[in-house]
Design a protein around this ligand. Structure first.
Ligand SMILES: CC(C)(COP(=O)(O)OP(=O)(O)OC[C@H]1O[C@@H](n2cnc3c(N)ncnc32)[C@H](O)[C@@H]1OP(=O)(O)O)[C@@H](O)C(=O)NCCC(=O)NCCS
Length: 131
């Protein structure tokens, strides 16, 4: 356990992506796999910004594709820290149309683990204020 623990600076981070031609499926709407990749990347960047460590995806639970996104849609991908462990951080993702605020997808839990140079979990030293 590190001698100093600190609260994360940013509990919530917004990222934006523009839907373009290569992101579409054969029906002409946003491909679900692309949306999952972007969501994973956003939570991963949030984990990296919060801890300063290399963080890898350990577990993803419950993705809900609520509505479609089309070419030209600006997506707002909001990553929120839900809980904090010793080496892990758990995020919730909500993807919205940035102009209309309509929800496009949610992912209930993405668990990231901080790893050292030998790819072993390490304590990130973060904790929530009320823990
Ligand atoms: C990440 C990795 C090094 C962790 O190793 P591990 O043996 O699972 O480590 P541990 O059992 O000590 O668990 C590490 C943390 O993950 C959490 N965890 C493990 N399995 C979990 C699960 N199924 N759901 C939620 N959390 C889980 C543990 O609770 C622990 O959290 P804590 O330290 O905050 O208490 C290893 O699983 C790995 O390399 N996985 C592949 C990662 C990857 O390639 N991702 C895709 C590309 S980024």
């Amino acid at each position: 356990m590190p001698s100093h623990t600190r609260a994360p600076k940013l509990m919530s981070v917004d990222f934006r992506r523009l839907v373009t031609q290569p992101d579409l499926n054969s029906h002409g709407t946003l491909h679900g796999g692309i949306l999952m990749k972007w969501s994973d990347e956003c939570a991963g960047m949030h984990a990296r910004k919060s801890t300063g460590f290399l963080c890898v995806t350990r577990y993803i639970d419950k993705i809900n594709f609520v509505s479609t996104a089309r070419i030209g849609t600006i997506l707002r991908i909001t990553s929120v820290i839900e809980s904090i462990g010793n080496s892990s951080l758990t995020f919730r993702i909500t993807v919205r149309n940035d102009l209309t605020n309509n929800v496009i997808a949610t992912i209930d839990r993405l668990v990231f683990v901080c790893v050292d140079g030998t790819h072993k979990p390490i304590n990130h030293g973060l904790k929530l204020d009320d823990d």
